[in-house]
Write a protein that binds this ligand. Structure first.
Ligand SMILES: [Zn+2]
Length: 413
């Protein structure tokens, strides 16, 4: 929803434009879009001379693109044992998710890509945001996750659509698209978070994944593939998917294929971090803790190698998994720095410019650039120097989505 009643200028800005820092910039917002980005040597141009809107002097605070989370589950609640999520009735889950989308927006996330939702709750919550019933981020929806008949699916009642064979995958993809999916999500390998799921094991055949890609292509929708094991990653890439989620046990060949095929890698470090942090003592299901033992280190190693090779990495928190509460989405970027995998500046790119590309939203969001949606946040301090500033919402002093201010604790000048 665009707010066309106000024009806004941000002056004296330390700008992180999605790529680099620009000192003393001026940003002009008009009709919900970024109308101009001026550096310190450029004067406000003629067409802005009649500007009568509001002026914010940021006094050197950092202005960044609104963050993007490329992998969430908005109707999961971060319960210690994911099975307990099933015990909450769908309508209540939807109301809870709506409230938590407000929390997510208030954490500076103006866009999320939801990869898997029980009975299409994400599609309804997205509609509520778009109709202005609730405040929330821009939401890309997947509806249900498409997977083969396999042990463990019953652990997520209503989340998976179990299908088998090329034709059935086609039909299931069409069904999610009809319901309003913006992106299709498939399980290419087993999972960590259900009993019986073998994380490294291949699930659908290449032609089954291909069926989903073909249906997505017809409507220009991307396919996100949950793939821990190397063979599942390779099958996904052969079939033409666009993003690899998790990628835990990627071998040299799998990583090389990601690079060659321009695949975006969404590692999702946060669930491992939170589940290990809270462990069995915190009520995390013992089988999850067991499965995590080797996986956490493997994933960090894979990500490090992927970054060294130049594979494009997008930040996705897997929000909603145990203790990984909605609104803590920024932890993912902070972990990439904490593990020594990349600099703060590179980590911020994974949650802005690169995440936008992974989601197919380049040119719309993820950068502070003329003509883009006015999705931005103002942080007290410089997260390029101190990444942990982004994990405490108190440091986020202003949030704007499509030109509409949804948080403002700055004194106005
Ligand atoms: Zn997930």
């Amino acid at each position: 929803m665009k707010d066309t009643t106000k024009n806004i200028i941000f002056e004296n800005v330390k700008l992180f434009d999605g790529e680099k820092i620009i000192e003393n910039a001026t940003i002009v917002i008009k009709d919900g879009l970024i109308a101009d980005v001026l550096d310190k040597d450029e004067a406000i141009q003629d067409d802005q001379a009649e500007f009568t809107g509001q002026v914010y002097n940021l006094k050197g605070r950092t202005l960044l693109p609104g963050f993007i989370d490329a992998h969430t589950h908005l109707d999961l609640h971060g319960m210690a044992d994911t099975y307990d999520e099933n015990l909450v009735e769908d309508k209540l889950r939807a109301i809870r998710a709506a409230k938590e989308m407000e929390t997510t927006l208030q954490a500076g996330f103006t866009t999320i890509r939801n990869l898997g939702s029980v009975n299409g709750i994400d599609i309804s919550v997205k509609a509520a945001v778009e109709q202005g019933i609730i405040n929330g981020p821009r939401i890309l929806t997947s509806g249900k996750i498409l997977c083969i008949t396999a042990p463990g699916s019953e652990y997520f009642n209503g989340l998976y659509e179990e299908v088998n064979g090329y034709d059935a995958f086609k039909e299931a993809a069409r069904e999610q698209l009809k319901l309003g999916a913006d992106v299709l999500k498939i399980m290419a390998t087993g999972a960590i978070m259900n009993p019986g799921g073998v994380a490294g094991a291949v699930q659908p055949d290449v032609d089954e994944i291909k069926a989903v890609v073909e249906e997505g292509d017809k409507l220009n929708k991307k396919v996100a593939s949950h793939a821990h094991g190397a063979e599942g990653i390779k099958n996904s890439i052969k079939a033409g998917v666009h993003t690899i989620e998790h990628g835990t046990f990627a071998d040299e060949e799998a990583l090389e294929m990601m690079l060659q095929h321009n695949i975006y890698y969404v590692p999702t470090l946060a669930p491992d971090y939170f589940m290990t942090e809270y462990g069995k003592e915190g009520g995390v299901a013992p089988f999850m803790v067991e499965k995590l033992k080797h996986k956490k280190e493997a994933r960090i190693k894979t990500l490090r190698k992927a970054v060294e090779m130049g594979i494009k990495v997008a930040s996705g928190s897997d929000a909603g998994t145990p203790y990984n509460f909605q609104g803590n989405n920024a932890r993912e970027m902070a972990l990439m720095v904490e593990y020594g995998i990349m600099s703060s500046q590179e980590a911020l790119k994974t949650g802005t410019k690169i995440a936008a590309k992974a989601c197919g939203l380049e040119g719309e969001v993820g950068q502070i650039k003329q003509g883009m949606e006015a999705d931005l946040i103002v942080i007290d301090g410089n997260p390029v120097e101190e990444i942990n500033l982004i994990t405490d919402t108190k440091n986020i002093q202003l949030i704007m989505k499509s030109g509409k201010i949804v948080k403002d604790v700055l004194s106005r000048s």
